[in-house]
Write a protein of this length. Structure first.
Length: 422
């Protein structure tokens, strides 16, 4: 079986995901994706007629984010018309899955050069049809099929799920606020030291004017005292009736866990930020890279997917990490750096606690609490961040994973390399 190598990884800065407030909110999602694809092409002098496929992740495929963004963005980026493209959805996990599928195609020998990545403009998704955006998940628009699914696997609001897990696992508000504070402090240091500079490419408009060239979401002025004063974000919506039957988000959790009295700990300061962004990762075979004079930065060692309880929704990263480690033939102590997406503070806190990890190895440049979580793009962003950080620290192995709606988690292990493996 062939090896799959990461040649390069780029991303846009993340803009605040609110219309009228974020620098990227007036852009088309295709433009963000094309920005990354164009950068991959230009930085690597890529002959795009040799690109076998563009595999793209978009979670909310509606409105301007519909219509196979992978293909359309490739054309917009000036790729040869022979470069095909497809678009997938694994909710929050799609950005890892796009890279995993690219690796699988290369490792199987079916393709030699694939660009993977993802885009999400959360400034748009808030305006989109709730029925399309939440198909199969939420009760207000339940038809016969959704009713049947929700009886079998009640699925609530992710924030309410985060609070439910924190309650069940015994985490305190102070512990979760510490995760949020740490994320902001580490992100501020990473930005100040230019740790993201290798991968971040500016977004420019059609006139060539810079729209955004820096992270827009972080709040480096965050203090623990300030976090402690924030009101829980999901307490009010947890018990609001969602349909004529009086179904509530809390009730959906309690349908499976009837004795659980959910305590509400998550708020804007310890939950992932709403942002716009895109990222791309160039994956090739050894033969392709050598033929075109490309040097590898990392090798994709193993990938895995895991499902867990869809009612709690956020608990699959730990079993996913264990599964991918087994596939890689490694132990948790072999991994030098971890990236666990900070969808909510409890996800990262539980990941570190359950795997008995040291925070010095986890999310060392902050995470989505500080930097934001552009749903379909985040996994690809984290993979690029991991490649950069392994190089910066001269480390070998990195593991990236994240929770996804429906109770899922993809995971990937990469190895920093300076040359091809024989």
């Amino acid at each position: 079986m062939s090896e799959a190598y990461i040649i390069d990884a780029v991303r846009t800065p993340r803009g605040i995901g609110k219309q009228g407030k974020g620098a990227l909110a007036a852009m088309h999602p295709q433009h963000l994706a094309a920005t990354c694809l164009k950068a991959i092409k230009e930085r690597n002098h890529l002959d795009t007629s040799t690109v076998d496929d563009v595999i793209w992740s978009v979670s909310t495929q509606d409105g301007m984010q519909a219509g196979d963004l992978g293909r359309m963005a490739a054309l917009d980026a000036g790729y040869d018309i022979t470069s095909s493209g497809t678009t997938l959805d694994r909710f929050c996990g799609g950005g890892i899955t796009s890279v995993a599928l690219a690796a699988a195609q290369v490792m199987s020998g079916m393709e030699d050069c694939v660009v993977a990545g993802g885009t999400e403009m959360m400034s748009l998704t808030a305006q989109m049809s709730k029925e399309k955006m939440q198909a199969g998940l939420r009760p207000p628009m339940m038809g016969s099929y959704n009713e049947r699914l929700m009886r079998t696997h009640p699925q609530s609001h992710q924030g309410v799920c985060g609070d439910a897990i924190a309650t069940m696992e015994g985490f305190t508000r102070e512990e979760l606020d510490e995760v949020g504070y740490r994320s902001q402090q580490r992100a501020a240091q990473a930005i100040e030291e230019g740790r993201f500079d290798k991968s971040v490419v500016p977004v420019v408009d059609d006139n060539g004017d810079t729209v955004l060239d820096r992270e827009e979401y972080p709040r480096p002025q965050t203090t623990k005292e300030g976090l402690a004063q924030l009101e829980p974000a999901f307490a009010k919506i947890a018990n609001v009736p969602l349909d004529k039957n009086g179904t509530t988000f809390a009730g959906l959790v309690n349908a499976k866990y009837p004795d659980l009295e959910i305590q509400h700990f998550h708020h804007a300061g310890n939950s992932s930020g709403v942002v716009d962004g895109a990222a791309a990762v160039l994956v090739t075979s050894k033969e392709y890279a050598q033929k075109h004079g490309l040097k590898p930065r990392a090798r994709i060692v193993a990938t895995a997917n895991m499902g867990d309880d869809p009612t709690l929704m956020l608990n699959a990263p730990v079993p996913a990490a264990k599964k991918v480690l087994e596939k890689a033939g490694l132990t948790k102590d072999d991994i030098d750096l971890y990236e666990i997406n900070e969808a909510f503070a409890v996800v990262a806190a539980k990941f570190v606690r359950d795997l008995e990890l040291d925070w010095d190895k986890v999310n060392v440049n902050g995470g989505s609490i500080a930097l934001g979580h552009p749903i379909g793009a985040t996994g690809s962003i984290l993979i690029g961040t991991m490649v950069d950080e392994l190089e910066r620290q001269d480390k070998r192995y990195g593991l990236v994973t994240m929770c996804a709606a429906g109770g899922m988690a993809p995971a990937i292990v990469i190895e920093r390399v300076d040359d091809f493996v024989d």
